[in-house]
Design a protein around this ligand. Structure first.
Ligand code: FRU
Length: 480
């Protein structure tokens, strides 16, 4: 990492050079996490789409796999998709072959297979491609083996129709359309893309529910691209969304920042984990961000869970993957308790490694109406995070965060519900060289936003409005 690359993240996955968008075809096998991604090896804009490939033993350290790149061919560019391990050799590529399904995109969008019989070191394209052709824009195939029905399930984004198509197959080659989900439901703007479908237990109960991730662009809560999801039931053929108390299908968001898109999960993650990674950018300005030698990073890996909110609805939580604790280097600050009033109290952020750090804090508003946590540097650049107690929201204001003028859509304020009771909120904030991820209340909410400060933020200042608040268990770790 040279000085010219001051916005290259220290601990987020990036392509070594060139353009990257969606994470693709992620899977886990024999102790290795495989992350493929929409990659242009020849430039820093969206062109020449291939699947790049990186692997990691721990979701933190990534190694580029030069020989495992899936490159464009006569059928088109290689758009997004998924991978699965064929434990039964149902496709005939060999037992435990890794089978990737992606969209071949040219004048039309058709679905193709590639497989690996060497644990993802190299991929071969299936000579019978395409395996699925529709007469309309359909992309980003997400497939998984359904142990209950003993067949493959495929969810395909019917992009312009704002719906997900569900197919089944015995062998990943012959697909039968079973159902459609989504017309008229949830956020309907833009196009629907990059689905994922999986089952998870609801925290504290014996109940299990299915989650349908449905990325869309534009139409996110703060403009541009974002990830919505539906909670419901799936019988192997049809997904039915839950309704709220008034009988409507609610719109739910997985992340309340501007820079979280195309999020999908790893197949075959161990221990029942549902680990996801998103693309940490937004189609509104991704090609304009002021990074050099590469464009776009991925979000930190997160574990998806389900919880029941105070309104009776089931929501998805996102907690930082446990592996991330190993990033912590030096505990640079440890404050048990600090009273907060209207005069700001300042804490120093670590300076090593360009100030990349993790901040943990419990914010107890006491009788205050608002608590403001501000990150700032000596150039007067700042990010304001405001806990609005009555509204039960946390906002994130990056309008003066540093370089913001490369797009009119970049300077912005994002707002997340805290899914709390209007009292204490706990925060875990990951600062890297060009991003901030705020996880709140044990993953009940998360906000991911890019920032491009001209120099690293060096201080955290906290103040309250209309009352006295308290900060407790404030800990700051520098990051290796
Ligand atoms: C989402 C997306 C996908 C498509 C890919 C192309 O960001 O538009 O629908 O497969 O990017 O790069």
């Amino acid at each position: 990492v040279s000085n010219r690359e001051k916005f290259r993240p220290a601990y987020h996955h990036t392509p070594i050079y060139g353009w990257m968008n969606d994470p693709n075809g992620m899977f886990y096998k024999d102790g290795v996490w495989h992350l493929c991604y929409q990659w242009n090896p020849y430039g820093s804009k969206w062109q020449n789409l291939s699947w790049g490939h990186s692997t990691s033993p721990d979701l933190i350290h990534w190694t580029r796999m030069d020989d495992a790149v899936i490159e464009p061919d006569g059928l088109g560019l290689i758009f997004s998709g998924s991978s699965a391990i064929d434990k039964e050799n149902s496709a005939g590529f060999g037992k435990d072959a890794i089978v990737a399904m992606y969209t071949s995109a040219a004048a039309s969008q058709i679905q193709s297979l590639a497989w690996s019989d060497d644990d993802g070191m190299t991929f071969n394209k299936y000579p019978g491609n395409p395996v699925l052709t529709l007469n309309s824009e359909a992309r980003d195939p997400n497939m998984f083996w359904n142990p209950d029905t003993k067949e493959w399930t495929l969810v395909l984004a019917h992009a312009l129709d704002h719906e997900m198509l569900i197919f089944t197959s015995p062998d990943m080659k012959e697909w039968t359309l079973q159902s459609r989900f989504g017309r008229g439901l949830g956020a309907q703007d833009g196009v629907w893309e990059c689905p994922d479908l999986f089952e998870l237990p609801v925290e504290g109960t014996d109940e299990k529910k299915w989650v349908l991730l449905c990325n869309l662009n534009p139409g996110g809560p703060f403009g541009g691209s974002a990830t919505q999801y539906f909670i419901g039931d799936f019988d192997g053929k049809t997904f039915v969304s839950d309704t709220d108390a008034s009988g409507n299908v609610p719109t739910k968001w997985l992340d309340f920042g501007k820079d979280h898109y195309a999020t999908v999960s790893f197949s075959d993650a161990p221990d029942g984990r549902r680990t996801v990674i998103g693309w940490m950018s937004n189609w509104q300005y991704a090609p304009e961000v002021p990074t050099m030698q590469f464009r776009s990073a991925n979000t930190l890996p997160r574990e998806i869970g389900l919880f029941r909110g105070a309104d009776g609805e089931i929501y998805a939580s996102s907690t930082p993957s446990p592996e991330l604790e190993a990033l912590r280097d030096r505990l640079t600050l440890d404050v048990k308790s600090k009273k907060i009033g209207k005069k700001p109290v300042s804490f120093r952020l670590p300076s090593e490694n360009d100030g990349v750090c993790e901040i943990l804090a419990d914010v107890n508003p006491g009788n205050a109406a608002k608590v403001n946590l501000e990150l700032s540097n000596s150039k007067g650049e700042k990010v304001d995070m405001i806990y609005d107690v009555n509204a039960r929201t946390l906002s994130f204001d990056r309008r003066e965060s540093g370089i913001v003028d490369f797009s009119q859509d970049f300077p912005s304020v994002t707002v997340s519900p805290t899914f709390g009771d209007g009292k204490k909120i706990s925060l875990r904030i990951f600062i890297d060289r060009s991003s901030i991820e705020v996880f709140g209340n044990n993953g009940r909410f998360v906000m991911t936003n890019l920032v491009f400060p001209n120099e690293p933020y060096s201080a955290l200042s906290v103040k309250s409005e209309n009352g006295t608040a308290k900060l407790s268990d404030l800990r700051i770790y520098s990051i290796k």
